[in-house]
Design a protein. Structure first.
Length: 245
């Protein structure tokens, strides 16, 4: 502070040159590497790469200039900006998925109906594969029985052996189909479970947004209901109505 005061007094007493510099707003101060305040009518070299202040003709600070960012700070800012960008992309993607979900299902029952339809297709494929296995097993057994007729008489005909081989290969293929389809059942169940959970969350959020709290002004008494006129006793005359003047 003493250095700043001395610098201002020096410029004030130094004559028109320095006075015009201050009036022109070319008076700068900063703390140098040792922590001492350094000022000048141009930015002192000791202020390069540091935060500094610009003072007006009245010696009051007119603006602050931050120090340049370090490589670490720039890297941190870039990282934060990338994180914000990713979060925004995720938010937009979730909005797109939610809109598609609501366009697909109008009620929870729709989800269950589509689940059952998807599962029915998979179950049908499994049943077809099982039927094919039964068919090829019967074919294999037929060729095996024919091969048994040649036991002790030499090798069975090549077409018989080939028939057995082909049938066993087809049975293995259909067994792989069944395993694959059974894994699809778990995938379908998980998919529709997620759809149902998200659908309920969206509807719950919509219900909460639709509720508007009622504001009651504190200190305002509630209006009292008007008193009821007691009914006239049976046999008593009705109260007289005063005539207009």
């Amino acid at each position: 502070m003493k250095t700043l005061i001395k610098s201002i007094l020096f410029i004030a007493l130094a004559g028109p040159c320095c006075g015009s510099a201050v009036a022109a707003g070319r008076f700068f101060c900063c703390n140098d590497a040792t922590g001492k305040q350094t000022c000048g009518d141009i930015l002192p070299p000791a202020c390069y790469g540091r935060a500094y202040r610009e003072l007006g003709g009245n010696g009051m600070t007119v603006r602050h200039v931050d120090a340049p960012l370090t490589p670490e700070q720039r890297a941190q800012i870039a990282l934060e900006e990338e994180q914000r960008r990713q979060l925004e992309e995720q938010r937009k993607e979730q909005q797109r998925k939610d809109a598609a979900l609501l366009a697909t299902y109008s009620a929870e029952n729709d989800i269950e109906l589509m689940r059952e339809a998807s599962l029915a297709d998979v179950r049908k494929a499994i049943s077809n594969a099982e039927g094919r296995i039964t068919e090829f097993r019967a074919r294999r057994d037929k060729f095996a029985a024919e091969a048994a007729l040649h036991q002790g008489k030499g090798n069975p005909p090549p077409e018989v052996l080939k028939g057995i081989e082909n049938a066993e290969q087809e049975m293995q293929l259909q067994e792989q189909v069944i395993v694959t389809r059974q894994s699809e059942v778990a995938i379908i169940q998980a998919k529709y479970d997620q759809d149902l959970q998200r659908y309920r969350e969206i509807k719950r959020q919509q219900a909460l947004s639709a509720v508007k709290p009622t504001t009651v002004r504190s200190g305002t008494p509630a209006a009292s209901p008007a008193p009821e006129t007691p009914p006239a006793a049976e046999g008593s005359p009705a109260p007289a109505v005063p005539a207009a003047p």
